[in-house]
Design a protein around this ligand. Structure first.
Ligand SMILES: [Zn+2]
Length: 166
């Protein structure tokens, strides 16, 4: 828990990120996809901002952990991940720079290149998650320590899932 070496912090974040994705997948499965969901993982757990009550999120997290332990690693990969947006943005920008070389007359080429880049970004985003930003090994050592909720203005609730182990 108190291992602050970078490799340990990164691995724990990747595992928590996998559980975060799986939790949202289970939530949508149980409750239907509703409203916007924003989430962020760190070495100590993850936070979810959504219209779902915290006890519902907590139950989904417990089921998600159970299913990841059972080998359902596909739950950890989602097209909704924020890192996919970054992959798309970077890929499109690099492609446009290469294709356009900064000249306006190259704009049609650049637009075509950006379109191809955004298509390529989807499988690439999944690859990045699978190999870089999530990790589904060692799920047996992960434990949900606590789930805290805070209702925000309107219909949204911030839920914090604290995780130990990993
Ligand atoms: Zn993500």
């Amino acid at each position: 828990m108190n291992d602050l070496r970078p490799a340990s912090l990164i691995l724990r974040t990747r595992r928590n990120h996998a559980l975060e994705h799986a939790t949202i997948a289970v939530l949508f499965e149980r409750e239907g996809q509703r409203g916007g969901v924003a989430a962020l993982s760190d070495p100590w757990g993850f936070g979810i901002l959504s219209s779902f009550d915290s006890d519902v999120v907590g139950e989904a997290a417990a089921e998600a952990l159970h299913r990841l332990r059972a080998g359902q690693a596909n739950l950890a990969i989602t097209d909704l991940c924020g890192s996919n947006l970054i992959v798309t943005g970077v890929l499109a920008a690099v492609t446009v720079m290469v294709a356009g070389r900064g000249k306006w007359r190259n704009l049609p080429t650049a637009i075509t290149a950006a379109a191809f880049a955004s298509v390529a970004a989807k499988p690439l985003g999944r690859w990045v998650q699978q190999n870089l930003t999530t990790d589904t090994t060692g799920m047996r050592t992960l434990q949900i320590r606590s789930v805290q909720g805070q209702r925000l203005s309107g219909t949204h609730t911030a839920t914090r899932v604290n995780i130990s182990g990993g």
